[in-house]
Design a protein around this ligand. Sequence first.
Ligand code: CA
Length: 225
Amino acid sequence: MRVLLVEDEVRLAENVRRGLAAEGFVVDVVHDGAEGLFQGQVNDYDVVVLDIMLPGLNGYEVCRRLRAGGVWSPVLMLTAKDGEYDQADALDLGADDYLTKPFSFLVLVARLRALIRRGAPARPTVLRAGDLALDPARRTVRRDGAEIVLTPREFGVLHVLMRHRGDVVSKSAILESVWDAHYEGDANVVEVYVGYLRRKIDQPFGRHAIETVRGMGYRLAAGGG
Ligand code: CA
């Protein structure tokens, strides 16, 4: 069982490496994100343990880029309780599990074994509405083959609409799935983002895929508009 450990705290990394080696794992240790990304891309690991706060490239970015590059080794993220990011972010970005620091070594080993048993996660399928295609794994959007660059929020809104293409999705449902569940701001933020999306996925192509259903929400035409 081959493990990639990406952790910049050298002493912690060494303790974990030694412990895992004693449990029969073969462990490669790197101390920064760029090197972690490189090793994860060129080698075939059974599981990757990825710290979040890393010099250079943070763990989220490493995970996102691994997935975008088609690497589907299970990823366990090490998150800090008071960190800038949380567990939900970790899972959103393609991690399969997370552990909050400080963690028990026994729990880490149990989680790694569980992830290895489960194997690589299934790659999510590309969603299509006519010539509009959204790839949740690579986080890309194309219209008629042309790549459209979206911000993470724009992508999130489109993702919800694509998952329910042909159906009306309420503003509050979009808010809940794209913004934090505790978002206290103005629900009109959804309107603003739908406007941004239209300017990117519809207007340049002379389409009207996103329909406003007054008093109800938005509907993405199943045929892509
Ligand atoms: Ca760190």
